[in-house]
Design a protein around this ligand. Structure first.
Ligand code: SAM
Length: 277
């Protein structure tokens, strides 16, 4: 197969191509492991990335790489496979109205307050929650759990280091208070201050895993992740979210996600915010 880019024309060797059966196999493995549905238009992307992964582990063919994953549920190469297909797009204070709702809600709730950002990607959502709660409650008694299936994203989140342009949506007063600009070799980068990092426990967690945190939460942010799952997975997760929320707890979802017809455990409270019944 020839691939054109504006810089080069190159050819994938025969073994590095993704046979239709292997594409279906990769899609099935991904669905079983993560809940993510792999649409047909991602075949070319899958071919390029899986072929690079196969090469990295010294295999000539994508099929061989998939065999290895299939045969070993604990293979360390699953992490790479999963990262290939996750979409980590996120931003600080994405969907700003959610943070206004959270601030109001936090004022009314008994402390300690437990919040879960369960598809936290590279951390912007969790740090936005932390800034909001610190500004609102002004007291200890807030704990934030931030998890994602993608270990590379969670690692980045834990580092708390972002390029300046990623911070455009952070209010200037918070920039001053909660971030430290890099100098010298770190010019162009900004680090989250420890006061926020200390509020958040970052962990790798697959939402499909049977073992979830034992904590009962006041609020869960599950935004722009379920959109990649099929309806039955969404419905199952909604039931599980309802069980780990405290009475009156809130579920924040993404701007294009609507679960009203999938669950009787929640009632829509406002734009993309549900309250557990
Ligand atoms: C588009 S990002 C959303 C980030 C953030 N919640 C936001 O709205 O800005 C989707 C995230 O869902 C995560 N994800 C996908 N499947 C998952 C699963 N089964 N368990 C946990 N996280 C998952 C991906 O790794 C990715 O980081």
């Amino acid at each position: 197969m020839k691939l054109m880019s504006n810089q080069s024309v190159f050819t994938l060797p025969e073994g590095a191509r993704l046979a239709p059966d292997d594409f279906h196999r990769a899609a099935r493995l991904l669905l079983q492991k993560t809940g993510i549905v792999l649409p047909p238009h991602k075949k070319e992307m899958a071919e390029l990335r899986l072929s690079a992964q196969a090469t990295r582990v010294g295999m000539d063919a994508i099929g061989q790489f998939l065999d290895m994953l299939e045969q070993d549920a604990n293979s360390p190469h699953w992490a790479d496979f999963i990262s290939t297909f996750t979409i980590n797009h996120t931003a600080f204070f994405r969907e700003l109205h959610h943070f206004e709702v959270l601030a109001q809600f936090a004022r009314t709730r008994p402390k300690p307050l437990h919040v879960w950002s369960c598809a936290c990607s590279t951390g912007e959502e969790a740090y936005s929650i932390a800034m909001t709660l610190r500004e609102t409650t002004r007291e200890a008694g807030v704990s934030i759990l931030a998890t994602d299936i993608d270990s590379q994203a969670v690692h980045q989140a834990e580092q708390g280091i972002y390029r300046h342009d990623r911070l455009a949506s952070v209010p200037p007063a918070y920039l001053q208070k909660y971030f430290q600009r890099g100098i010298g070799p770190r010019e162009g980068l900004t680090r989250v201050k420890p006061v926020l990092c200390e509020m958040i426990d970052f962990q790798v967690l697959n939402l499909l895993s049977p073992s979830w945190p034992k904590t009962r939460f006041d609020a869960i942010f599950c935004r722009n992740a379920m959109i990649y799952f099929d309806k039955s997975t969404q419905a199952r997760l909604l039931e599980r979210f309802a069980r780990v929320l405290k009475p009156g707890g809130l579920l924040f979802v993404g701007h294009s996600e609507n679960f009203t017809h999938l669950t009787t455990a929640f009632r829509l409270k406002g734009k993309t915010v549900y309250v557990v019944i």
